[in-house]
Design a protein around this ligand. Structure first.
Ligand SMILES: Nc1nc2c(ncn2[C@@H]2O[C@H](COP(=O)(O)OP(=O)(O)OP(=O)(O)O)[C@@H](O)[C@H]2O)c(=O)[nH]1
Ligand SMILES: [Mg+2]
Length: 180
């Protein structure tokens, strides 16, 4: 086996997208994978899965249904190295409800994790409507205090692709630097 083949086989980090129904997890995954997006909603049943290779390594991207039960979430968390928690900036309750997803995750895996927090659907945000960056700051600070690994906050539009690559490339780079 060549060095690079050997390297490929060792660098498939498992990452998982978690968050409420319809926040845009599947659209983020499809956007990152360069797949077609048409703004119709097809809810994820169970879990979807993608493999993405980059020059640096690769991800197994697990995209869990927002309607998953806690037991299902726990089962799919096994072996996960990095988490992407997603909420919808136009639906503030989807940020509040991330609290439950974070608790399930840290109960199952502990707090030595690298975490991306993603505010999605920023294309819909206006002056008057949608959570503003500064309104999310307290949540980011609390999450950073709870997690021993690195935490980063991103704003994306999965539909236009804005900010999507930044999330995944940050997570892959951070995972490559090592476990917390
Ligand atoms: N305007 C806009 N719409 C989005 C964006 N991301 C997703 N959507 C739309 O929101 C709806 C839900 O997106 P999904 O990606 O299926 O949501 P999900 O989080 O995977 O939902 P579940 O599979 O049920 O957990 C779809 O109609 C998407 O087209 C975005 O950034 N902007
Ligand atoms: Mg989905």
């Amino acid at each position: 086996m060549t060095y690079s083949a050997c390297r490929w086989s060792r660098t498939y980090y498992k990452i998982i997208l978690l968050g409420e129904v319809k926040v845009g997890k599947t659209t983020l995954r499809r956007s990152y994978m360069g797949q077609n997006l048409d703004n119709t909603y097809a809810k994820t049943i169970g879990v979807d899965f993608a493999l993405k290779r980059t020059e640096k390594g690769g991800f197994q991207i697990w995209d869990l249904a927002g309607e998953s039960t806690p037991n299902t979430v726990r089962a799919h968390l096994v072996g996960t190295s990095g988490i992407i928690f997603v909420f919808d900036v136009m639906q503030p309750d989807t940020l509040d409800k991330l609290e439950d997803w974070i608790t399930i995750t840290t109960d199952a895996l502990g707090s030595r994790l690298h975490v991306a927090l993603v505010a999605n659907k920023i294309d819909l945000r206006t002056e008057d409507r949608g959570l503003k960056t500064e309104e999310v700051q307290a949540f980011v600070d609390d999450l950073t205090a709870r997690i021993e690994g690195k935490v980063a906050y991103f704003e994306t539009s999965a539909l236009t692709g804005n900010g999507v690559d930044d999330v995944f490339s940050w997570l892959l780079t951070t995972l490559e630097e090592g476990r917390p």
